[in-house]
Each structure stands twice: as C-alpha cells, then as structure tokens.
Design a protein. Structure first.
Length: 119
C-alpha cells in the first residue's frame, strides 16, 4: 500500500511538468530586438523542444520595398530549429516576425518579435 501511495504521489508531482511542455522561442538569429548592420539572408528560430516543420508558419513583414520571406524549412540535425529565407530587397528599417509552431508533443504555440536593419 505504501509503495502505491508513493508511486501515485510521484506521478501527480510530475503531471504539471508534462502538461506544461510547449515549444517556445529559445533564441533567434538575428536576436530578438537586435539591430543588425546588414540584413541577413535568412532567419533561424530555435525553440525549447522539437517542432514539426510541415505544420509551422513564419511570416516576416518589413519596410516598404521588402521582398518578403520564403517558406519555413527544418534545419538538418536540429529538430527544434527552423529557417526562413528573406527575399531581397531587404531595406533598412524595422522587421516583424510572427511564428506559429506545432511541437512534437502536438501543442501549438505562437509569438512574435522584431529586429532592425540599418544604422
């Protein structure tokens, strides 16, 4: 009986941790809020857990004249990282990135951040 009680207590203690698992943005390149001298050719977004790239979306908006962003693609050997190419032109100014991902544990999360290109 005591073993059963201890097992049940251990299971209940671990349940909130398992229920709270979602893919959140861990880091990006360029970094969140950064100002870069030259526009990157692509963005890299790394999440706190693996994501299913086929069901992930990343949109990028920028200043007038921005050429847009390509499709999301997985990064080989990095199941928690996505890459998105930026199409030229990429003029100086503020860029907004919105992401929506499906994690390997089937939870959907989304968020956004900005970075700046130019002086």
């Amino acid at each position: 009986m005591r073993t059963l009680t201890l097992s049940l207590c251990a299971a209940l203690a671990l349940a909130p941790a398992a229920a709270g698992a979602h893919a959140f943005l861990k880091q990006s390149d360029p970094r969140v809020g950064a100002t870069v001298a030259k526009a990157p050719a692509s963005l890299r977004l790394t999440f706190t857990e693996g994501v299913v790239a086929a069901f992930c979306r990343v949109s990028v908006t920028g200043p007038a004249g921005f050429g847009g962003a390509g499709a999301v693609r997985p990064v080989a050997g990095a199941p928690a990282t996505l890459s998105v190419d930026l199409h030229g032109p990429t003029p100086p100014g503020s860029y907004a990135v919105h992401w929506r991902v499906l994690s390997v544990d089937t939870h959907v999360t989304e968020g956004d951040f900005r970075f700046r290109v130019g002086p």
